[in-house]
Design a protein around this ligand. Sequence first.
Ligand SMILES: *Cc1c(COP(=O)(O)O)cnc(C)c1O
Length: 374
Amino acid sequence: MSRPINARIDLAALRHNHAVAKKYAGDVSLWSVIKANAYGHGALVAATGLRHAADGFALIEIETAIELRELGFNHPMLILEGFYRPDELNLFAEYQLTPVIHSERQIDALIAARLPVRLPIYLKLDSGMHRLGIDANALASCLQRLERSQAVSTVTLMTHFNADEVNGIGEQLVRFNKMIEGLQLPVSIANSAALLRFPEALQCGVLPAQANWARPGIMLYGSSPFPALKSAADLELTPVMTLSSELIAVKALKSGDRVGYGGHFIAPKSMRIGVVACGYGDGYPRHAPTGTPILVGGKRTRTLGRVSMDKICVDLSDDAGDFSPVGAGDTVLLWGGNEKTGLLPADEVAASAGTISYEMFCALANRVSVEVVD
Ligand SMILES: *Cc1c(COP(=O)(O)O)cnc(C)c1O
């Protein structure tokens, strides 16, 4: 017998969200971003779900890309931070992986490399996030060196946007367009937020849109990249991960009783509470305060007190709703779901906990059993 907590991964929902991304992308191809174990959903699981739909897969982890190749995935594969040490370039050649090249140090290594085949590369430009990427003043010389290199076949120009901000990508897009002016090269700039909000990011560059690629991640998993502006439902996105568990105890509190570590919640009157088999040891955010939404028996209520490693307490009082038929063994939905089970967008839990659904998905713990449905 195992603990009742379970993460259900719905591959039909993943494909639905991919189809939504396709609709926004038009003629632009899509890298399905499956880094960080597909945002906690399982890289192999997600790649299998998108096997026939994906134009290509983008990820950070070279080992995972190699594993996918060995399982017969012959899609283009983009490695988002490229290589870390020059000797890894042989793996890129052997497994036909496309490195992102973001520094002159990497260009030096590419030029020095003696590879059996030429590699397509993505050249990352810094358009204003000031993390990775080539600066405007170094671009021309970098391109010249890459053109002369024996290790490079094609160059695609990429950048990354801070596109979740209310202000949008305007300034970064202007800067990027200025950097790439006149270059007859394909372009890849749009993450989920840019794909959904800024169609101009798709038409960037001088080549037709068919030459360009976008890189959606979070939207494939059914969350909104800008939940303060539009919900996942507004964007027609469906949760892929449903985290559910059960009540393992129901308690009657008297007025003044304190709940959990620190005793932060104090019962204002006699009330019933439930104890859920889920805590931060499962990946639930510890900073979720009293009041974080949660569904018990399909009905919405709130968490009470601190999240523990293995437990969360929930409000079953009459003020919270009609929970009179609810008892130990009943289903609790932490996030995800659908119309039948009840729906609780991960974005709402994240907003309450002061985080983003990206982080909650990535934090899903190993001890949570995963069920994949196709
Ligand atoms: C993670 C990542 C993405 C995907 O971003 P989302 O916000 O999840 O759509 C796109 N591009 C790069 C370079 C990334 O690292």
